[in-house]
Design a protein. Sequence first.
Length: 368
Amino acid sequence: MNDACAPCLRRSMLIAHLGPRIAALFDRPSRARAREVLALPEPDLIAAVAGSHEDRARSFVEGFDRGLVDADLERLGLSAVCLHSDGYPARLVGLSDAPAVLYLAGDPDVLDATGSVPMACLVGTRRPSGYALEVAHELGRGLASAGVTVVSGLALGVDAAAHRGTLARRGLTVAVLACGVDRPYPRTNGVLYERVLERGVAVSEMPPGHPAFRWSFPARNRIMAGLSAMTVVVEAGDPSGTLITAAFALDLGRELGAVPGWVTSRMAAGSNRLLREGASVVRGVEDILDGLYGVGNGAFSRGAPDPPQLEPTLRRVLDGVEAGEGAEAIRRSAGVSAAGARAALGRLELLGLVSRDGFGSYQRAFGG
């Protein structure tokens, strides 16, 4: 179904047509420059970007055929909404560089054109720590349980973990892509892409069939932040593309939160800097709900952090894990044998209080 008007479709197709030329303008992704270019009227856009190909770009505009676009969308089973459509998300209308058209795969209603359903954006590095993967997954699960739609970018790492956590609780999720919505990006997330379409929607301002450009990643980040009442950075380096999404959230006057990370970790340098600069501390789902609804107004039951009575040995072993001790140090401080320490850690893992990283070490489980 194509609810987009011809002028908006033409502009969308022009931006895609000029995609390689826009890429040639920028040495690296830039939030400010991408926004400036995408906000230009068509004649100014062509003059600023097309260069020696200006005549070709004008011919492309003059030869635009809306019927071909309709046929392509129908063939692919996709839909489209534009700034003048009832189905266009109200949260994006106020952007100075609002996408003329959004192309959709999946359920368009998940976008919530009225803005009445709370949405939160979970983002982070593509190469996260095990801690960040667990946090992103659990935040997705918790937000799904609370009825919040989770927005992310389907990227490797934190984004994918957030989508998977949301889907684990059969929650609604929005994946914003930097390429056409008819293809998963990256390809390795193809199975996740299909699962998203079953319980949510994939969104892009790039027409189907078009690849991602370096500039289209920061451009899509403005859509992620724009759709969401709150953006949460789970883990990010400094500099990082994730911080572009955070900057968009601040520009739009939306809530911004970050998950505290190890102060010695370069992977968390960006997210920790956001906290230093005033972002809300996110320790769990309840902190996000406080940001969305106001402190104490979120409809969410806060779980007890620990069983009411842990055996003394289990308590000592858990204290060692929380202190970041290794297996031998935990054994000594708990006063147990190596076998006893392994047994205690196994029981704590079954209780959901600790988890193992990819190297076999234990850490305090997020939300446990």
